[in-house]
Design a protein around this ligand. Structure first.
Ligand code: ADP
Ligand code: MG
Length: 729
């Protein structure tokens, strides 16, 4: 029996385990995390104070104290049955990395002991040569190290029998360049904090710290593991490169927000429970639009933690799914013809005085502060739309952006009816000759308009890549596999840059003798006018918008190789270098790494398409072709009239045509890949892979293969079909 039918026949045997009651969440929440409450119990006063100061104010921990912290951490971990530790980091591969060492070691005289000291806590040296480095380190000096990031707490991961203490770290080359997603993110958090505090202080002297917050929404598909294993394309690339639409798709809209299927529900309960132990504050779960598609979302957190928690969630889900005979797909477009998956990044700014800077205020004065941050965000997106676009560019996200169910590749901002009105009003009423009375009248009017926002719940444009949703901006173009760190680093940085510029301009006006609040309003007005073209309230999926955007001069880069150019323009180099996020060599290396990732992904897809066509698609098709021709020959020999085998002949003609076309195209694609592979320059090669391999062949080959799927005897077809992958579990 083929893998496909084997998997189908086993589907009914799965024990869904829904009877298992998971404990009350508050009882397990954070039990596997070395958070401050736990640290308090295992550390001396001195060590605890030092750790706390490091978390809250980024203060350095001295070696001696670090030793005490390490000892306390081990003592805690051992109460949980932990035997090994690892530095946990997020290299530019897009997955997480770890290398386990045991606490166990031998002393000089051979005595076995358990040990974990400051050296092991603070620094590790994974063999860095096999991580992407974009030419930053030649392999002969392949030395990088991971360094403890105290701002994200250590946690324990249970895999089978083993329990491992994971220390969140950043990954750096010995020459100082960062090699991961986290180090730049931490820098951007810091830069944004400083710039935002400065602007906050116009309104409130008490603000000393501004924290960027992130609440992600993770979309994913769940398929049966047996069916998954019978699809080499899913195994190799995470998406189906072939597969005809099933008769039923998502057109009945009966899946969205419907009852969660039992087997998936058991899986959710299981991974949620693991996540709670890890301190991931999951809150929401539901079915998504496409069949077999789901979403989960946590309560938002400080960005650094939220990023760690999202990568940890994806790891945990992938790890737990097989317990239920399932596989989870994070790919942006696992199935053609139905919705893909994204990861909305809800982003805001919170002060240490407890104010959400992107939530409308309670008084005219706090509303002016809100308006300041609100308008600065729009200005930042306007000025740096290209680098924001680049931050979410990837081979899999190209399948999704602009595909009529996801935001277009054009970056625009949606803010809703009332705030549009507020901006119009500011634009009209703020003038050079404004006096204090005009100013306070306007402030009051704005204040009166803004409360309407709260009644404005229906005003939610789902088609915008960057939408204001009441108390936060939602960056919706982020792909479901993405590490949020990259788009968040960019968003933080462009916001910091814009706020710094804003302050400069306001200060200049104040120096000229303008009253502070009038100066602020004038610069706000200037920013509203300057960023008008990025503001769009209409249907982002429409063709009309593509045309309109072009007229406005907004970029619409649909492919990753070209979108990535924004990483190395003079303007963006200056942005990152001035703000201390990336050095020139780091930027160039990252650009190179992203291009290489793109090339490799398209290359792998091309290979698997060729391989599957030749060894899985054509054999049953040819067998069926033979059967038909034998049948026709037999009928002919029996002397029946031509009519008796006319239909068989028609089918045979069609099958033969699709076999020939698919086979020819696969050969041509192999030749095209060879030409691309010979190209030296990475950017040129990536563009060639996009235009000469992907665009030229993928859809065409698929067309013929999918036609064969409909023609060939179902019992002979090896690959699980869409109806099975999407509807059977
Ligand atoms: P949606 O309708 O888009 O699903 P939700 O209200 O469910 O919106 O919120 C989605 C996400 O936004 C959640 O993860 C939530 O924690 C997050 N969120 C809410 N407030 C903020 C904030 N101030 N900063 C960052 N994220 C936030
Ligand atoms: Mg959302």
């Amino acid at each position: 029996m083929s893998l496909r039918f084997n998997a189908i026949s086993e589907l009914h045997t799965y024990n869904t385990d829904v009877g298992k009651i998971t404990p009350k969440i508050t009882e397990v929440f954070g039990s596997h995390v070395f958070n401050l409450a736990t640290a308090r119990k295992f550390l001396s006063d001195e060590a605890f104070k030092s750790l706390k100061a490091s978390i809250n104010a980024g203060q350095k921990i001295d070696r001696n104290v670090a030793n005490q912290i390490a000892t306390g951490m081990r003592a805690w971990a051992e109460t949980k049955g932990v035997t090994h530790y690892t530095h946990w980091f997020q290299p530019l591969t897009g997955t997480t990395a770890e290398k386990h060492d045991s606490f166990f070691t031998l002393k000089g005289d051979g005595t076995p002991i358990e040990e974990f000291d400051s050296g092991a806590l603070i620094q590790q040296e994974p063999d860095a040569s096999s991580f992407p480095n974009g030419g930053l380190r030649a392999t002969f000096e392949a030395r990088g190290y991971t360094a403890w990031d105290p701002s994200s707490p250590p946690f324990i991961v249970e895999i089978g029998y083993g329990r491992t203490l994971c220390i969140p770290t950043i990954f750096i080359a010995y020459t100082g360049e960062s090699l991961d997603y986290k180090a730049p993110l931490l820098k951007s958090i810091d830069v944004l904090n400083k710039a935002a505090v400065d602007v906050c202080n116009y309104f409130d002297r008490n603000v000393q710290k501004v924290t960027a917050t992130l609440g992600w929404e993770q979309e994913y598909f769940v398929v049966d593991e047996g069916l998954f294993n019978a699809r080499p394309d899913l195994v190799m690339t995470g998406r189906t490169v072939y597969g005809h639409n099933s008769a039923k798709n998502q057109q009945l809209e009966d899946h969205y927000f419907g009852a969660i299927p039992e087997r998936v529900y058991a899986f959710m309960r299981d991974f949620e429970n693991e996540c709670y132990k890890l301190g991931i504050p999951l809150r929401t779960r539901h079915n998504e639009v496409a069949p077999a598609q789901f979403e989960c979302a946590p309560i938002y957190e400080e960005i650094n933690l939220a990023v760690d928690h999202n990568t940890l969630l994806m790891d945990t889900m992938s790890r737990i799914a097989p317990r239920h005979g399932l596989k989870v797909l994070f790919h942006e477009k696992p199935f053609a013809g139905i919705n893909g998956s994204g990861k909305h990044n809800n982003w805001s700014l919170a002060t240490d005085t407890g104010i959400n800077l992107l939530a409308p205020g309670k008084t005219p004065k706090t509303n002016l502060m809100f308006l300041t941050f609100f308008v600065n965000t729009i200005k930042a997106v306007h000025d740096y739309a290209d680098i924001l676009r680049a931050s979410i560019a990837s081979a899999p996200n190209d399948h999704r952006l602009g595909a009529n169910e996801a935001p277009p590749a054009i970056i625009s901002v949606f803010i809703g009816k009332y705030l549009s009105q507020v901006l119009e009003e500011v634009k009209e009423r703020v003038s050079k000759k404004m006096d204090e009375q005009d100013e306070s009248m306007l402030k009051l009017d704005i204040h009166k308009t803004i409360p309407e926002l709260f009644m404005d719940n229906t005003d939610r444009n789902r088609t915008s890549p960057f939408a204001f949703t009441g108390n936060k901006f939602e960056f919706r173009a982020v792909g479901s596999t993405a590490n949020c760190a990259n788009p968040m680093t960019v968003l933080n940085t462009i916001m910091a840059q814009t706020l710094k510029q804003f302050k400069k301009e306001v200060d200049a006006l104040i120096e000229k003798g303008e009253k502070k609040e009038i100066a602020i309003m004038q610069v706000i007005r200037e920013y509203i006018v300057a960023s008008e073209k990025v503001h769009f309230e209409g249907d982002g999926y429409s063709e009309a918008w593509e045309k309109e955007a072009e007229k406005r001069g907004l970029p619409n880069l649909k492919t990753t190789p070209l979108a990535l150019d924004a990483m190395v323009t003079d303007k963006n180099k200056k942005l990152f270098i001035d703000n201390g996020i990336y050095s020139l060599s780091e930027l160039e290396a990252r650009h190179e790494i992203e291009l290489e990732k793109y090339i490799k992904k398209v290359q792998i897809e091309g290979r698997i398409m060729g391989e599957m066509a030749t060894s899985l698609i054509l054999p049953p098709a040819i067998r069926y072709q033979t059967l038909l021709s034998q049948n026709i020959r037999g009928l002919k020999e029996a002397g029946v009239s031509e009519e008796a085998y006319a239909n068989q002949k028609q089918i045979l003609d069609k099958i033969s045509e699709h076999i020939n076309k698919a086979s020819d195209l696969v050969e041509q694609m192999i030749e095209a890949r060879k030409i691309c592979n010979a190209i030296e320059d990475t950017r040129t090669k990536a563009i060639a892979y996009e235009s000469q391999v992907k665009a030229q062949f993928f859809d065409q080959i698929r067309y013929h293969v999918d036609k064969l799927e409909l023609l060939v005897d179902d019992r002979e077809w090896y690959l699980p079909k869409y109806r099975e992958l999407l509807f059977m579990r």
